[in-house]
Design a protein around this ligand. Structure first.
Ligand SMILES: NC(=O)c1ccc[n+]([C@@H]2O[C@H](COP(=O)([O-])OP(=O)(O)OC[C@H]3O[C@@H](n4cnc5c(N)ncnc54)[C@H](OP(=O)(O)O)[C@@H]3O)[C@@H](O)[C@H]2O)c1
Length: 707
């Protein structure tokens, strides 16, 4: 039986002896800790020389090849001097450690594509985790290194690999600012302010890389506040370390050291095993040999979920904006002025806020799909109200959206959605998507899907139109703003479900082109176009209004057929509360909002708890699905995408929120009341789908007004 001795500079309390098989050979493996004493370690090495088949030296801190400075040299010299005196192969496990660091990250990224994409990664010691940092930089440039802070008590974090390399060479400005400082090799007690800086950096990170060496020293001041919900990358994760991280709410632990024996052993032990099994000297093991053994032995890195359940939190950002200057009063950031805001002053505030840089309005947490995937994100607000955005050229809004995209990326978001009016401006997200270095979606596919989902639900609950499974619905529908991004896809979808669709807009050429392309897709639908929507209102059973008229009067509700279901998708709404109040016999719903799965928490966005706008829901669905791609941009929404996002939404537990109108959620009772009023009105004043009074409603006054 071959013998492996691991002399560790770590605590003796973790010593073990056990037997195991490796590469078809029997081994006895013993660890002996020296509680940090190098002298004792030297004694042990000499003691076990020739007695063991291979010796590993553990718990030494190793800065990597990029350091020409004294630290690397100091360690190297000490180890080499010790090694030279003895004849048994000795290893510090560095070759395996390097290979397994890289392998672990590539393995995880292969198994869970985009796992590290734009992750915000904090390295407690970039110097000892340099190989991880190098590989990680291929997936994200959101890297932060706390070396100067933790080891030199300098209140600065380093934010790039280049910066770390300069720091390691002693040429970084951090060291120049503090003459006389030299790089240290261990954790120093932090001043209060530095502890605060580190705590904040940990809270902001999504992944924290912790050296195995001095593991507890690095984490001694942490609580659930710093580590809760994080992914920790470290190596040699003994059970006590799992318990420690679990008690601090860590979601995922990635142990870069493969577990190939029945118990966790450090890389120096595994490398010593390989040397002994292959009868090699330490300097004759090539990384290729290690890679071959790693793949032969299926030495995968360990992914540990302390809660027992697989966890993965994907991140999104979503841009919102104040809908009007009145809305600004409710925002905390401008709250201080809300008490004394004469209209003229509020006008000025609206203008000033439009120029303000984007800021985070709310963090969103707790979204959990039934698939187990989780999402969290940030609502970023750009200050421009629709009025302000319309008052400037599109570049004004693009600039702010690109600022928001940069901010989102820095915070670790993997996809960003454009809310309401921000995507109406200019080319509906195309320019922003081209220039931003984070995938962009307007959310319009799900907005269209949500609007029709809500309309279908409302029509079913009103029960005034007969719906036969497998057949087109014999009813008349109209879309206002038909040539717009949302409007046109609503037309396409309504054409598939209903007998008749009227496309209402302002530009006849656009409407004709749309009509043509819908007829190619859906030849059996009856389509008409109009630039005078009001004339058709008395006939319509379902109306979707999706204009960007920004509050202008779009339709005359007094002319609408009793019992008509109007879905108002526009923001600001196309129908004012005063208009809606005029027709209690018409059901006006405010498009289809979506109820999120899990227990989402965020600041008030003017909707009931758990409920969000469909465009925000699209961004969240894409995050949950890990689809970090430009999904919907531009005005040509593809109805296949509308269907795809609808299905993806169902998979992730999205529900149509209770349908609501200007006065809030409609109960079954409310809908019944509208229905009764509609039936009564139809009986009294409406015959055959036309109002029986008022000359303006008679078809002969409007050629082409009835079919
Ligand atoms: N509820 C939600 O979740 C949600 C999500 C996304 C968007 N929205 C809202 O939905 C609306 C449409 O968005 P979109 O992206 O489809 O915008 P869009 O592509 O710009 O389309 C707007 C349409 O409205 C028409 N229009 C503009 N001003 C008008 C006016 N004064 N009178 C009549 N028609 C007018 C335009 O006609 P022309 O072609 O003649 O210019 C165009 O057909 C916006 O209000 C937006 O804020 C809501």
């Amino acid at each position: 039986m071959k013998k492996i001795i691991s002399v560790s500079l770590g605590p003796a309390k973790y010593d073990y002896t056990f037997e195991s098989e490796f590469l078809g050979q029997q081994f006895i493996i013993r660890r002996t800790g020296t509680d940090g004493s190098r002298e004792k370690a030297a004694e042990k090495l000499l003691e076990y020389d020739k007695e063991a088949d291979a010796i590993g030296i553990g718990n030494v801190k190793f800065p990597y090849a990029f350091t020409k400075g004294f630290l690397a040299k100091k360690h190297d010299d000490q180890i080499r001097n010790l090694g030279k005196k003895i004849q048994t192969p000795v290893t510090i496990g560095n070759a395996l450690r390097n290979v397994s660091f890289e392998w672990a990250l590539r393995f995880i990224n292969h198994k869970h594509p985009d796992y590290f994409k734009n992750a915000k990664v904090l390295f407690l010691s970039g110097m000892s985790s340099y190989p991880i940092a190098k590989v990680m930089s291929e997936y994200t440039d959101n890297l932060t290194f706390a070396d100067a802070l933790i080891e030199n008590n300098i209140s600065k974090l380093i934010h790039s690999l280049k910066g770390l390399e300069k720091y390691a060479r002693g040429t970084h400005e951090i060291l120049e600012w503090i003459p006389g400082k030299r790089l240290r090799s261990s954790v120093v007690p932090l001043q209060k302010w530095n502890r605060y800086v580190l705590s904040k950096a940990m809270q902001k990170a999504t992944v924290i890389v912790v050296p195995a060496y001095q593991f507890y020293e690095y984490l001694k001041d942490t609580s659930i506040e710093e580590l809760g919900g994080k992914t920790i990358i470290t190596s040699t994760v003994y059970d006590d370390r799992i318990d420690f991280l679990k008690s601090r709410g860590v979601d995922v632990i990635i142990d870069t050291t493969p577990k190939i024996l029945e118990r966790v052993v450090a890389p120096n032990v595994i490398e010593a095993l390989i040397l002994a099994a292959l009868d090699k000297k330490s300097d004759t093991v090539h990384p290729d040999d290690l890679l071959e053994i790693i793949s032969m032995q299926k030495m995968d890195p360990r992914i540990i979920y302390p809660s027992g359940q697989e966890k993965r939190i994907n991140r999104f950002a979503f841009v919102i904006h104040p809908l009007s200057k009145e809305f600004l009063k409710k925002d905390k950031a401008v709250d201080f002025i809300s008490g004394f805001t004469p209209p003229a002053f509020l006008d000025a505030v609206e203008k000033v806020v439009a120029y303000a840089p984007p800021w985070v309005y709310s963090k969103v947490t707790g979204i959990k799909s039934p698939t187990g995937a989780e999402a969290e994100g940030w609502l970023i607000t750009v200050g421009g109200t629709p009025r302000q955005m319309l008052a400037h050229d599109p570049e004004f809004t693009y600039k702010r959206l690109l600022q928001a995209a940069r901010m989102a990326r820095r915070m670790g978001a993997q996809i960003m959605g454009l809310g309401a009016f921000t995507k109406v401006v200019g080319d509906a997200g195309v320019t922003v998507a081209k220039k931003a270095d984070i995938p962009i979606t307007t959310g319009n596919s799900y907005s269209a899907s949500g609007a029709l989902w809500a309309a279908a639900d409302a029509v079913r609950r009103m029960g005034l139109i007969s719906i036969e499974p497998g057949r087109k619905i014999a009813a008349k529908t109209m879309v206002m703003g038909a040539s717009g991004a949302i409007g046109s896809v609503c037309c396409r979808l309504l054409a598939k479900a209903f007998n008749e669709v009227i496309l209402a807009g302002r530009n006849t050429a656009k409407l004709l082109a749309l009509q043509q392309s819908i007829l190619e897709e859906t030849p059996d639908v009856k389509i008409r176009i109009t630039t005078n929507a009001d004339r058709y209102l008395p006939e319509m059973d379902v109306i979707v209004t999706a204009t960007s008229g920004a509050g202008k009067k779009i339709l005359d509700i007094t002319r609408v057929k009793p019992g008509c279901v109007i879905t108002d998708v526009a923001r600001p709404l196309d129908l004012s509360p005063e208009d809606v109040a005029k027709r209690p016999d018409v059901l006006v719903i405010e498009s289809g909002e979506i109820e999120l799965p899990g227990n989402p928490e965020m600041k008030n966005i003017g909707l009931p708890p758990k409920v969000v706008y469909a465009c925000l829901a699209e961004t969240i669905v894409l995050a949950l699905e890990g689809r970090y791609e430009i999904f919907t941009v531009g005005r040509g929404i593809e109805w296949e995408k509308v269907r795809e996002i609808y299905k993806m939404g169902l998979k992730h537990g999205m529900k149509l929120a209770a349908i609501s109108g200007v006065n809030g959620v409609f109960s079954d009772e409310d809908i019944f009341k509208v229905r009764e009023l509609a039936l009564a009105a139809r009986k009294n004043t409406w015959q055959n789908g036309k109002k029986d009074s008022g000359p303006e409603n008679h078809p002969e006054k409007h050629p082409g007004g009835s079919a």
